[in-house]
Each structure stands twice: as structure tokens, then as C-alpha cells.
Design a protein around this ligand. Structure first.
Ligand code: GEK
Length: 244
């Protein structure tokens, strides 16, 4: 397996900053990129393992939708005790899935892992006890989000959970600016230059669409989740748990 590289994708001035894509260049730097960009990422991954241990049911599926290199899949694989549980990782980036396959093959976990390269919107979900959307929904057209959550809710077994992590927006005002500033300060302290931060921000414009926590809670309620709330937040990054 190729060694992970440091993320320098936006380090030099680009003539034209294109819309962000999960291609081979991103795959090669992905672990470094996500750890230095998403506050609390390592904690969230580890806690997804804890939550999966608690909520995974025997004879069920646990889905990692937008699995990238399978960090959340691996965390679940090493914590789930329930018998006959199958992990399913889905990602629409062929480069991500190819590397994820190598990651899973090199891992000694015993739970069966199935990897699917497809749009998560078209994958059949069934008998699910845990569904993870760890910073994935934010990349999908806002209009498609309610349908995706409804399909997840319908596929969940009673007592099943959705773990939804997102970059979130705040209503316009001082708090909105403050959260963006605090996140950028964190990226600076993680070694990104102002140029890298600015070029990445413009690459993600219209690709990553954050919504407010209120909107996420309302949508989860409207598809049927009886309870949902934030279990982790650092600045404008949050993770919710919704229980069926
Ligand atoms: C982690 N969960 O490390 N269908 C399937 N996959 C998609 C779709 C789609 N429609 N849209 C985007 N993706 C991971 C991190 S990264 C988040 C998730 C980030 C995939 C996309 O290819 C990418 O791999 C992933 O969602 C988002 O816990 O990079 O900020």
C-alpha cells in the first residue's frame, strides 16, 4: 500500500481553483488532510466505535456511507461484539474505494466488511442497526438530503441509530464569523498557510453546503426519528445521534 503523504494540494498559488473532488490526489493525502482540517476528527472516529459497540444488533448491517478510507468502518469493526453483524462501506469515489480495500485487507479485524463503489443514494439499505454519515451528507445536493434520511430511517431496525457528523452553519451574525475564524485558526496551528486555507475554501464553495443544527434536527424529526441531539461539537463541526 502507498504511504500516506502530507497534504500540500493547495500550498502553491493555482491559476484556477477547481471544485473539490475526491480523486487520487486527495486519496494520497486524505488521512493527513482530514485530521488537520476537521476539529475532533480522531475523537469522533473513536467514539463511533464506542457507539457502534452499544447499538449494533446481532444479525444486522452497520453502514458507513461515504466511507472514504474506512476510518469509521475500522473503528466499528474493532468494537462491535454483536454476532453476525456485517459492515458495509459505500463511497462513490473509485480511488477512495480502491485504497479502502487495501486498508481493510491489511486489517486483522474479524467482522465481515463489504465495500461498494456507488452513489449512496442508490444502494439498498436493509436491517440496519447503525448507520454512519461521517461528514458525507454535506457533499450531497440539499434537495436530496430528506430522501436519503428517510431511506436510512426506513432501513433502521427499532432501536437502531444514525450517527450524522457535519460541518454546520450558524445564523448570520457575530457567532457565524467567530466559528469560521476559530476553525481557520485551528487549521493555521495545524500547519496550513493562509493561501492553503483560502484556496481550499474557494474549492469547497458550492461543493460542501453546511446547514444549521436546527435544520438537521428538524429534518431528522420530520423523517421519523423520535430523538436526536448533538453528542459532539467543536466550533462549526458537530456530530448528532438520532435514535429510531
Ligand atoms: C471518514 N466518512 O473518514 N455517495 C457516496 N459517497 C459519496 C457521495 C455519494 N453521493 N458524495 C460524497 N461521497 C469519512 C470521511 S469524506 C469527508 C468522509 C471529507 C464521499 C466522497 O467520495 C468522500 O470519500 C466522502 O463522501 C466524504 O470518516 O473529506 O470532509
Amino acid at each position: 500500500m502507498k504511504k500516506d503523504q502530507a497534504d500540500t494540494i493547495f500550498a502553491n498559488p493555482l491559476d484556477k481553483v477547481s471544485g473539490f473532488r475526491f480523486d487520487q490526489q486527495v486519496v494520497d493525502v486524505f488521512p493527513d488532510m482530514i485530521k488537520r482540517s476537521v476539529p475532533g476528527y480522531t475523537t469522533i472516529i473513536s467514539m463511533i466505535g464506542n457507539l457502534a459497540e452499544r447499538y449494533a444488533q446481532s444479525d444486522s448491517h452497520c453502514y458507513d456511507l461515504g466511507c472514504s478510507l474506512g476510518a469509521a468502518t475500522l473503528a466499528m469493526r474493532h468494537r462491535i461484539q454483536a454476532s453476525n453483524c456485517t459492515l458495509v462501506g459505500v463511497d462513490n469515489s473509485p480511488a477512495m474505494i480502491e485504497r479502502c480495500q487495501q486498508v481493510m485487507a491489511a486489517d486483522s479485524g474479524e467482522l465481515n466488511v463489504e465495500l461498494i463503489c456507488d452513489e449512496l443514494q442508490s444502494v439498498t439499505l436493509q436491517a440496519a442497526s447503525v448507520v454512519v454519515l461521517n461528514f458525507t451528507l454535506q457533499f450531497i445536493d440539499v434537495a436530496e438530503r430528506p430522501v436519503i434520511l428517510q431511506r436510512i430511517y426506513d432501513a433502521l431496525l427499532p432501536g437502531g441509530v444514525l450517527i450524522l457528523s457535519e460541518k454546520v452553519a450558524f445564523d448570520e451574525g457575530p457567532h457565524h464569523e467567530l466559528m469560521i475564524e476559530l476553525h481557520h485558526n485551528l487549521k493555521r496551528s495545524n500547519g496550513y498557510s493562509d493561501l492553503e486555507i483560502a484556496q481550499k475554501r474557494s474549492s469547497l464553495e458550492n461543493v460542501l453546503i453546511p446547514e444549521t443544527l436546527d435544520l438537521h434536527r428538524e429534518r431528522l424529526k420530520s423523517v421519523g426519528f423520535s430523538s436526536s441531539d448533538v453528542w459532539f461539537q467543536c466550533f462549526n463541526f458537530a456530530s448528532l445521534i438520532a435514535i429510531k
